[in-house]
Design a protein around this ligand. Structure first.
Ligand code: NDP
Length: 447
């Protein structure tokens, strides 16, 4: 414990202003305690110091011209955190909240998540404080081109393979790929994932994170003698992860009664009509509020903090919007209302106090780095298809995804049981991922 505390204190001293990164590192490190106790030799190797220090952090200027001819400047990032098991891999986030701390937390988490998939991918993340909301298509394109004009120097299909995240969907990936291809004068399809189907994308990538979350949830419930059929579900967010988690949960017979966006949440006691949500969010790029105007019997509550949704009674809660959207108070409300399982679709949606509370109360908690790994796993399948210059069918990719998620659950369960932490899948995920990364790092020497 002494070594662990030392590492945590040093991290705080060095990165005091990076609260999200410290939170992510603390959560992982503390859950590794039984492993560290078993391996005193890690201290001499400075293994924990190395695993919490990014291999490289690139920060760059992104100048672009808006529709009025005014020059705008944003800040771009790429964090290449750990490449010991494969090329760095992780999404790009375009959101005004993006800063170094958020980038580092996401890249750190990504290393563990990617290790859990069983596929050969290291961890990275990137993005910009650019706000795509309210921008025209041409503004988005000019921004993406400027962003890629710097990023292309640092990525490559065997080096670092970015993908989408919040604010970066198919449209942005298309503009980024076009600029990369132009600058490199080569068709290196495997340099980005989340591409359109016409130019190297994979079927089922769009659905993968949401579907994968539900496959993990299915396995976790099964291992505890429960299932999804007939359960009431609430899902925060109404973006990519939320929509496809809703679709798969409904296919398994669950009733999803609430969804949200960054302005508020909708409640539909008859069950969310997902075609209406898709029309509003995917086609019209509108606000979730419009659902209530279109579907009778549903209601809308304005809620800028994304918190009212957790007051709705449900058996299963799926936070699929953003980090730290469930705090201790929300966790207490959910438990008081009878929630039995929580599945993290978003990255780090539950803060540390809330995680501890859920575990203490025996709530089944599917941790993000395991439960939302379906997206990156399918991205890796996209890379495989690009290398083979071949495409699998939707059913083939979906079946592989299901198998990967089932294996991830089993790995978390096994690691948790091995250390006498049964049902603590949070610790199980961290331990299983750490086992793989640490072995690869040790094998490769002091690098
Ligand atoms: P999207 O941009 O498609 O959707 C995000 C959703 O969350 C939107 O409904 C958005 O509302 C809402 N939201 C975003 N920020 C906030 C906030 N601060 N408060 C309240 N609501 C908010 O993103 P994704 O669905 O792709 O990603 C969601 C989460 O899942 C993120 O944490 C991401 O890192 C994680 N993730 C995504 C993967 C993927 O494959 N897409 C893979 C693994 C993890 P609004 O419409 O108002 O912006």
């Amino acid at each position: 414990m002494e070594y662990l505390n030392e590492v945590i204190e040093n991290l705080k001293a060095k990165n005091g202003h990076e609260s999200e990164f410290l939170q992510a590192a603390y959560e992982v490190l503390t859950s590794l305690k039984p492993v560290i106790d078993k391996h005193p030799e890690f201290k001499n190797m400075a293994l924990l110091e190395r695993i919490t220090e990014p291999e490289r952090l690139i920060m760059f200027r992104v100048p672009w011209v808006d529709d009025k001819g005014q020059v705008q400047v944003n800040r771009g990032f790429r964090v290449q955190f750990n490449g010991s098991i494969g090329p760095y891999k992780g999404g790009l986030r375009f959101h005004p909240s993006v800063n170094q701390s958020i980038m580092k937390f996401l890249a750190f988490e990504q290393c563990f998540k990617n290790a859990l998939t069983g596929l050969p991918i290291g961890g990275g993340k990137g993005g910009s404080d650019f706000n795509p909301k309210g921008k025209s298509d041409m503004e988005i394109m000019r921004f993406c081109q400027s962003f890629m004009s710097e990023l292309y120097k640092h990525i490559g299909q065997d080096v670092d393979v970015p993908a989408g995240d919040i604010g970066v969907g198919g449209r942005e990936i298309g503009y980024l790929f076009g600029q990369y291809r132009k600058l490199r004068n080569a068709y290196e399809a495997g340099v980005l994932t989340g591409k359109g189907l016409e130019y190297g994308g994979s079927l089922a990538r769009t659905e993968a994170t949401g579907y994968g979350l539900i496959y993990f949830m299915r396995e976790m419930l099964k291992a505890n003698g429960k299932d999804l059929a007939g359960k009431t579900v609430i899902i925060s967010g109404s973006g990519n992860v939320a929509i496809y988690a809703c679709e798969k949960a409904q296919q398994y017979g669950a009733k999803v009664v609430a969804m949200s966006d960054s302005n508020g949440c909708i409640y539909d006691p008859n069950g969310i009509k997902l075609d209406v949500v898709k029309q509003i969010k995917e086609v019209e790029r509108g606000r979730i509020k419009e659902y209530a105007a279109r579907v009778s019997g549903s209601t809308y509550t304005e809620d800028v903090n994304c918190r009212n949704i957790w007051k709705i009674k449900a058996d299963i809660a799926l936070p699929c919007a953003t980090q730290n959207e469930i705090n201790l108070e929300d966790a207490k409300t959910l438990v008081a209302n009878g929630v039995m399982a929580v599945g993290e679709g978003a990255n780090m949606p539950t803060n540390i106090e809330a995680i501890e509370y859920f575990l203490e109360k025996g709530i089944l908690l599917a941790p993000a780095k395991a439960a939302n790994a379906g997206g990156v796993a399918t991205s890796a399948l996209e890379m495989s298809q690009n290398s083979m210059r071949y495409s699998w069918t939707f059913e083939e990719v979906d079946k592989k995804l299901d198998g990967i998620m089932t294996n991830i659950f089993k790995a978390c369960e096994k690691a948790a049981n091995e250390y006498g932490l049964s049902q603590n899948y949070v610790a199980g995920a961290n331990i299983a991922a750490f086992d793989k990364i640490s072995k690869a790092m040790i094998a490769q020497g002091i690098i």
